[in-house]
Design a protein around this ligand. Structure first.
Ligand code: SF4
Ligand code: SF4
Length: 431
């Protein structure tokens, strides 16, 4: 069992106790919200429409479990896992109170695994496949880098590693090739990991912290072997795992890690701003940008805290609070604004107030009807601002919206931002 008090439910007892049920974690900030149609920030509550399925409700369950008044029953397990761990409640709650709601939700899952009540079968199947094959799909991991074009300018002594992740390695390969296309155009010094394995996101979010730690150690060792000091991801889940969860599992701060993590949008935007990335081909399209929750609210640096609570809950030593405010929000918008021909519209829920696509934290695999419902609600919001395409920065968001759009025969197209960027760089007409 991972020995780290920051991963123990009791560490967040005061947080759960201090929740007065103000419902701030449920609604989008009022000043940004016009009308009630798109006013809810919690996808779980949107789907279930019962307060237990909100952060507020899960705080009560966490407290009940700590007090021995509530058990891990099939119903409490369903409530705990019908949540995207999307951070909407964290960012909202921190407007008023310093409650680490994200950690209460995460450690509740870790406790469920410790008690033998989880991982739930759908998550266990993924975790078993990762253990056996090194990827979430159970495919031959030696073919993981098969998407890499022969023309890619991979370096022998890379400064950065492009970590494609399971999804873009095996499913949305166009995102992986578009990402290396961007790095090539920038003249970046990059390589892939010799032995890339799943980042471990499904393991950690299912509550299996031990397996996630093992995965972290393997991937960090593989990175070290390359000599590179920067990890670049095009997947929002991988980004959060490398930046936040690996340090968390190792009980170190993000700043203490021997590597730096960047999302491809940060790398590309820097190139656009300094003139090294040329966007010469117009992409004539009216789009909205969907902020992935893991890229936006969930990826503030991790800083461990080991201390005591004094009078009125004062933290001794002072705790560095994560408020979900330092995410990658402006870079994708600056990129889209720089592409000739793109007309960028904003949805009501954007930036820190984004709505999760509905897939995250194993919900898509375990509760597909939840994901379908939330994805369709988000597509309604996108269509209401009159766009042709929804652009995102995570392969899971793209998968989720594409599936919902196809099932509903909606005219809206769904792209990853790397694809749109590649079109403007190379003009191959691939969209
Ligand atoms: S915003 Fe925070 S304090 Fe208010 S109900 Fe939600 S979790 Fe509780
Ligand atoms: S993490 Fe997201 S889905 Fe879960 S309770 Fe918070 S807002 Fe709702």
């Amino acid at each position: 069992m991972v020995e780290n008090s920051n991963l123990r439910l009791e560490e967040y007892r005061r947080d759960a106790e201090s929740c007065p049920g103000c419902r701030g974690c449920i609604w989008v900030d009022h000043i940004f919200c016009s009308g009630s149609k798109y006013s809810m920030r919690c996808p779980s509550l949107y789907h279930r429409k019962f307060d237990a399925y909100s952060c507020m409700g899960r705080n009560k369950i966490a407290l009940g479990i700590m007090k021995g008044e509530v058990d891990f029953t099939p119903k409490t397990i369903e409530i705990i896992y019908q949540c995207n761990l999307c951070g909407a409640c964290l960012a909202a709650c921190k407007r008023n109170l310093d409650l680490d709601t994200d950690m209460t939700l995460e450690t509740l899952r870790i406790r469920a695994v410790e008690k033998g009540a989880a991982p739930i079968p759908e998550h266990k199947a993924i975790n078993d496949r990762i253990a056996e094959s090194g990827n979430r799909y159970g495919l031959d991991n030696s073919k993981r880098g098969g998407w890499l074009p022969g023309t890619a300018k991979v370096s022998d002594k890379p400064e950065m590693v492009y970590f494609a992740g399971c999804n873009s390695s095996f499913r949305n390969k166009e995102i992986a090739t578009a990402s290396t296309g961007i790095l090539d155009s920038l003249g970046a010094s990059y390589a892939l990991l010799d032995e890339e394995r799943c980042c471990g996101n499904p393991l950690y979010e299912s509550g299996d912290a031990d397996a996630a730690l093992e995965q972290a150690q393997q991937n960090i060792a593989a990175l070290k072997a390359t000599g590179a000091s920067t990890v670049v991801t095009s997947c929002a889940e991988c980004y959060k795992v490398w930046k936040v969860d690996y340090p968390k599992l190792l009980d170190r701060s993000t700043g203490e890690m021997e590597y730096k993590v960047l999302h491809i949008t940060q790398v590309a935007n820097k190139g656009i701003q300094d003139g090294s990335l040329k966007l010469e081909h117009p992409v004539n399209m009216r789009v909205a940008y969907h902020d992935s929750c893991k890229l936006t609210r969930c990826s503030d640096d991790w800083v461990p805290w080991h201390g005591e609570r004094g009078k009125y809950g004062v933290t001794i030593p002072p705790k560095v609070w994560r408020r979900g405010i330092n995410g990658v929000i402006m870079e994708p918008r600056e990129i889209l604004a720089s592409i000739p021909g793109i007309e960028l519209k904003e949805m009501i829920r954007n930036g820190m107030s984004t709505l999760c696509c509905g897939a995250g934290a194993g919900v898509a695999e375990a509760y597909p009807e939840y994901t379908e419902n939330v994805a369709n609600h988000r597509l309604d919001e996108a269509e209401d601002v009159g766009i042709e395409a929804l652009v995102s920065s995570c392969p899971y968001c793209k998968d989720t919206f594409t599936k919902a759009a196809e099932q509903g025969s909606r005219p809206i197209k769904c792209f990853d931002i790397t694809q749109v960027l590649n079109e403007s760089i190379y003009g191959k007409g691939g969209l």
